[in-house]
Ligand binder design. Sequence first.
Ligand code: FCB
Length: 482
Amino acid sequence: MNRREFIRLSSILGAGALVPALPHKLMAMLIAENDFTKADFGPDFKWGVAAAAYQIEGAWDEDGKSPSIWDQFTQHKKRKIKTRENGNIACDFYHRYEADIALVKEMNFNVFRLSAAWTRLLPEGTGKVNQKGIDFYHRVIDSCLKMGIEPWITLYHWDLPQVLEKKGGWANRDVVSWFSEYAELVTKTYGDKVKNWMVLNEPMAFTALGYLLGMHAPGRIAPRKFLKAAHHTTMAQAEGGRIIRKNVPNAYIGTTFSCSHVEPKSEKEGQKRAAHRMNSLLNRLYVEPLLGMGYPTDDFPFLKKIEKHIQPGDMEKVTFDFDFIGLQNYTRVVTKQSALIPFVGANQVKPEKRGVVPDNLTEMGWEVYPEGIYKVIKQFAAYKNIPPIIITENGAAFSDTVESDGKIHDTKRIDFFKKYLGQVLRAKREGVDLRGYFVWTLMDNFEWAEGYKPRFGLVHVDFKTQERRIKDSGLWFKAFLK
Ligand code: FCB
């Protein structure tokens, strides 16, 4: 099983029937096609590109960095990576950051969302600080500031120190204090320069893929560990927010969630219940405790078992008043009931099995479904005390080629962005407090268990020469954001 399969339960998948999609498609078409400009999003709207340390930095063992779970996973569980590749070199951002940040500027974005690698800063997970690692992010941050780009830092984008994984990783309750120590260090070190922060990247993805499905590092298939990891992650999420608030004056603080609009393949009761469980897992698990609503265990026996890992006082500690939440959306999930799938009892109906044509699928096998982003925005915005929303990731992988004119004419990606942005604007016009939109991603990079094959970048990377070329989609943004 690979990562494509994840968004299909994020992994829990199967076959199925046709879904009536026409009205949605018509709607999307009516809204989309460039009937908007940058100005429609408002003067303070943030436009960014996002990236993550492990996917771009390379220099995996340089200047005192220790191995993360992703170094371990890609080097010792090679078969889990479709192409047997790893992030040892990746985009070599560690050495080329300055030119890469210049590309962010060149395309007229004002935000660069990036993550810090815990293993560069605290190679032993806790304790001794690695000055060379500290210096690296100072250089990156200074370059951004010099070029007029706001650095937005994610504390954790999936690369736990391997030394901590050996002690149980996210399934060990001590991770909350390990993470707190790391968060203290990062925010005290860079807090005078960096004002915009995100605590976690997609907790659902890294706990489920890492501890339940074994598709991502650390590669465990252990439902009990997943539930423990989920609770500890929820605790770290709020604790991280508190630490940033304490250490960074005037900070703007958020955390991010993966989300996909979930719908049942039919309106039958059993199907609706299956979709309900899938939705609880994919979209509700991490946000509801944060908002003081507890875990979404209603009608979901497997999830109810998380309660075993809750200690007195925990459910107060998992709440935090974030300044914004980051939503990350790519596609939708259509579910069917399935007794064969343990724990969730639901399965995804693959897009191919419900009539989605290949032309409407990305390289990840994900359906292009613009209205899905509108629907998840509305779903999250409906929570009573939800803070403002930023789309902290959205994008698509297509099989780009450098053509004879030396350019990358990625018209499908441009079309994707126009349609998705149209739907973001639709939600904003209906009154959702949306403050920004960040593209996944600056440049083609290491796409986790898929290797380098899916290219998500606005900038094409030749991984043999490290040559960068702005794709037509990057040029489209450049003109759009002018
Ligand atoms: C998100 C991840 C990001 C990237 C995109 C395609 O789930 O946060 O690192 O892999 O998917």
